[in-house]
Write a protein that binds this ligand. Structure first.
Ligand code: FES
Ligand SMILES: [Fe+2]
Length: 323
């Protein structure tokens, strides 16, 4: 399960967007998942596949924090425990569980583990706990492998070309000079610093392993960050989620404004990236690279060493319930 993306904490969305009384389907690395809140408000995630005949539990009903399968009405709680089986009062419910996945809420975000036995906890960016920070989020589905999307987020030289009318506008006049790019390893991934000849302030972005970029936009005296989260859905499809953090213009009435701005920037990337061949990033040496490709190449190295080829298996006890 979760082939090539197993055993990572991934951001699924904003906590505030997961309300009680509703089932929220999601897809991560080819696995259907359903998220919902229990009676006490705790968020849970199950593999969205009824252990009886495999249909999507997310098509069923949620009442009092209990999911009822749409097919034969078996019911499950947030731990995956089967609570009732219609027509079969003698059913051995303890052998009929659905598969639960670890899920956490931290920093105002929902984090899902693409596996069953996490030995770490999510590591939210510090900016999420800055005073007065408000969040807004949006997402889009791109026809591209997540690795191409992710490395684009770490790539600064494309800004004055793809984003010449938006975020690349201010560095466009410097593009005939030199850019120095540094990849500084950190506990969460890496800090990328770009120094452009003729510009005083280095630009900073962070890579947060395995699939998040934090862009430091910060106007003077203010906090403005963008988290770009590139999550594989199905093969060749990426869910791009953009979370904006700001400590000014805090009214939620302004969220659509920030969303429109992000959408415009994302659309500038989309068509260019979807034309990439091959759609999967190739190993080092296959494509021609230059000095400013350092972050891209560093990401690819991590991907081939620590992400690609991974898979997750359920606990033997729960696996038995699927057979
Ligand atoms: S398929 Fe879910 S109860 Fe039968
Ligand atoms: Fe871009």
């Amino acid at each position: 399960m979760f082939a090539d993306f197993a055993n990572h904490w991934v951001i699924i969305g904003l906590s505030a967007d997961f309300r009680s009384g509703k089932l929220y389907p999601a897809i991560v690395a080819d696995e259907r998942i359903v998220l919902f809140r229990g009676r006490n408000g705790t968020l849970s995630a199950l593999i969205d596949r009824c252990p009886h005949r495999g249909v999507a539990l997310s098509l069923g009903k949620l009442a009092d924090g209990i999911v009822e399968c749409p097919f034969h009405g078996w019911t499950f709680d947030g731990t995956g425990a089967c609570l009732s089986v219609p027509w079969n009062p003698d059913a051995k419910c303890e052998k009929l569980s659905a598969l639960a996945l670890p899920v956490r809420e931290a920093g105002g975000l929902v984090w899902l583990y693409t596996g069953f036995r996490p030995d770490t906890e999510p590591m939210p960016p510090e900016s999420l706990s800055a005073p007065g920070v408000v969040l807004s989020a949006q997402s889009a589905l791109w026809d591209i492998r997540w690795t191409r999307a992710m490395e684009n987020m770490l790539d600064s030289p494309h800004l004055p070309f793809v984003h010449k009318a938006t975020i690349g506008r201010f560095i466009a006049p410097f593009r005939h000079g030199r850019m120095d790019t540094d990849w500084i390893e950190t506990a969460y991934g890496a800090r990328i610093e770009n120094v452009i000849e003729g510009r005083d302030r280095p630009a900073r972005l962070d890579f947060r392993f395995p699939n998040v970029m934090e862009l430091f936009i910060d106007p003077p005296g203010k906090l403005l960050r963008m988290l770009a989260i590139c999550t594989p859905e199905k093969q060749g499809q990426t869910r791009l989620t953009i979370v904006t953090l700001r400590d000014f213009a805090r009214s939620s009435l302004l969220n659509p404004l920030f969303r429109r701005m992000n959408l415009r920037i994302a659309l500038e990337d989309q068509a260019i990236l979807e034309s990439s061949q091959p759609s999967e990033v190739p190993p080092a040496g296959v494509e021609k690279s230059v000095r400013t490709d350092k972050p891209t190449l560093a990401f690819r190295k991590l991907y081939f060493e620590r992400i690609k080829g991974s898979r997750a298996e359920p606990w033997p006890a729960t696996a038995a319930s699927l057979t």
